[in-house]
Design a binder for this molecule. Structure first.
Ligand SMILES: Cc1cc2nc3c(=O)[nH]c(=O)nc-3n(C[C@H](O)[C@H](O)[C@H](O)COP(=O)(O)OP(=O)(O)OC[C@H]3O[C@@H](n4cnc5c(N)ncnc54)[C@H](O)[C@@H]3O)c2cc1C
Length: 478
């Protein structure tokens, strides 16, 4: 026993960035405490598979304690970090304070409702296992409720599934929901036809997958259309309620609304007292430390750093992992009295899946679409999934689904209520409510389109309204 002080590194967050930092520091002469509010690491790129009943939670998540087992210098604590005391070098949990010599904050980000948090109960986003299970519940329940209602002769609601946000998550969800309605459930119901479900993807910007090259955006849109997804760009959502999405005066009734837009950094970022950008991401120095505190690092989705071309680094797993490794390297350098190195992101490429054998991939100047891109996506995701057992199971599940179109996790758990279900317009509407709908849409619909509304009686008017875009002679513009 020499009594020598062994520096303590506290890592907040066991996501991609935090785990990578812990693993890289595992063989250094430091004590590591990793704190996470969940006991598990979630492989977020495959969350949409849980949300669409393709995989079960345990196949894409693993206990953090298990992942880091065997490293005697790593302590894992379950707890939600509330605050920091940077002067006293303390991390504050509800019931205790944890001292540190180095602090790495890797608490990630979530979706944002553009200042309308009241939309969240009607349009869940996808960030955690709990979110994925809630989305799965709503999707599967909508079909069940529609079948029950139609079977009892009580009319049928328009089964519109609306996804807000045309980034990779929105595209994945839309493509997979189209497959579920057109293939997986196609022949399982007697009173409804799942194939008539409308999957509608709304993107506020001029193109989907805006961070990809334009030709790949176009290709993704085309692949989605082939799967039966209606893609609407420049569609600005102005309101979401229990049973509808609004774009200005235009109302789109939908029993299932999913949110895949906007980014909001963990509130922990603002607690560090460092400057933050509009999304709450901490503006870090080139070595990923925060101004005035070289012992405090922020990495991953919570950090904001520009690349050599002045573009903010994207919120993706490789950035978080490389930043985790770079931070571990700089702590090591400090301990050896060496100069720190600036962080440089090495972009290996981007992949987005759309559906079965449909994907886009961008590796520098090489742009690929379709089956080859999908195969690359599949193998990259299997490779990075944590745990050999999970890799094997996911590979088998995907091979099985590919051959049979079956999805193995189609369980409805929890409540059997769907927000707004009773408020959805039915095909057998009264003349009164048809008039109300008509006035909600305006006499002719947006931009004078859909002039047939109300032309042939109240019941027909309602039906036309629900199939609004389809009935138009010209493409639907929102
Ligand atoms: C649905 C979805 C799909 C995605 N698909 C892709 C993809 O295909 N490819 C890709 O590269 N990237 C993808 N991403 C992005 C990628 O997952 C993130 O960039 C990455 O997870 C960021 O890593 P991180 O370590 O910064 O944060 P995270 O991985 O989000 O980890 C943050 C951790 O911090 C913990 N935490 C948060 N607050 C606290 C607190 N107060 N106290 C204690 N613990 C806390 C959380 O529980 C979590 O474990 C996707 C993200 C989502 C949501």
């Amino acid at each position: 026993m020499t009594g020598e002080h062994i520096p303590r590194v506290v890592i907040v967050g066991g996501g991609f960035g935090g785990l990578q930092a812990a693993r890289k520091l595992a063989h250094s002469r430091v004590r590591i405490t990793l704190i996470d509010r969940k006991n598990h690491h979630t492989f977020q790129p495959l969350l949409y598979q849980v949300a669409t009943a393709g995989l079960s939670p345990g196949e894409i998540a693993a206990p953090i304690r298990w992942i880091l087992r065997g490293h005697k210098n790593i302590e894992v604590l379950l707890g939600e970090v509330q605050d920091f005391d940077l002067e006293k070098r303390l991390v504050k949990l509800p019931d205790t304070d944890i001292p540190y010599d180095y602090l790495i904050v890797a608490a990630g980000a979530s979706h944002a409702y553009f200042g309308h948090d009241e939309w969240e109960p009607f349009a869940p986003g996808l960030k955690t296992i709990e979110d994925a299970l809630e989305i799965r519940r709503r999707v599967l329940l909508a079909f069940e409720l529609a079948e029950r209602q139609a079977a009892s002769g009580d009319g049928q609601v328009a089964l519109n599934f609306v996804i807000v946000g045309g980034g990779p998550t929105g595209v994945e969800l839309a493509g997979t929901l189209a497959e579920i309605s057109r293939r997986v459930l196609a022949n399982e119901f007697l009173s409804i036809d799942p194939k008539s479900t409308r999957i509608i993807l709304l993107e506020g910007g001029p193109r989907i997958l805006p961070t990809y090259a334009e030709d790949l955006s176009r290709s993704a849109e085309e692949q989605l259309r082939q799967l039966g997804v209606e893609v609407h760009t420049s569609a600005l959502v102005t309101k979401v309620d229990a049973a509808a999405v609004w774009m200005g005066e235009t109302q789109l009734p939908a029993p299932v609304i999913l949110w895949a837009a906007g980014v909001s950094a963990s509130p922990l970022g603002r607690k560090l007292g460092a400057p933050v950008d509009r999304a709450g991401r901490v503006l870090v120095n080139w070595d990923l430390s925060i101004p005035g505190h070289p012992e405090v690092f922020v990495i991953g989705d919570l950090a904001s750093l520009k690349d050599d071309q002045g573009k903010t680094l994207p919120g993706v797993a490789p950035v978080a992992m490389q930043e985790g490794a770079a931070t571990a390297g700089n702590i090591e350098r400090d301990l050896h009295g060496e100069a720190r190195q600036n962080f440089h992101y090495f972009d290996k490429g981007n992949l987005a899946t759309i559906g079965r054998a449909a994907a886009v991939a961008q590796f520098g100047k090489l742009h690929i679409s379709g089956f080859v891109a999908w195969l690359s996506w599949l193998f990259v995701h299997i490779f990075f999934l944590i745990g050999f057992r999970n890799r094997l199971i996911v590979l088998i599940q995907w091979a099985w689904s590919y051959l049979t179109y079956e999805r193995g996790a189609r369980l409805i758990t929890g409540s059997q209520d769907l927000p707004g279900w009773t408020e959805l317009p039915k095909e057998k509407e009264s003349a009164d409510s048809a008039e109300k709908l008509k006035s909600a849409y305006g006499p002719t619909g947006p931009d004078g389109m859909c002039k047939r509304i109300g032309a042939s009686g109240a019941g027909a008017a309602t039906k036309v309204l629900m199939r609004f875009p389809v009935c138009c002679h010209q493409p639907w513009k929102i």
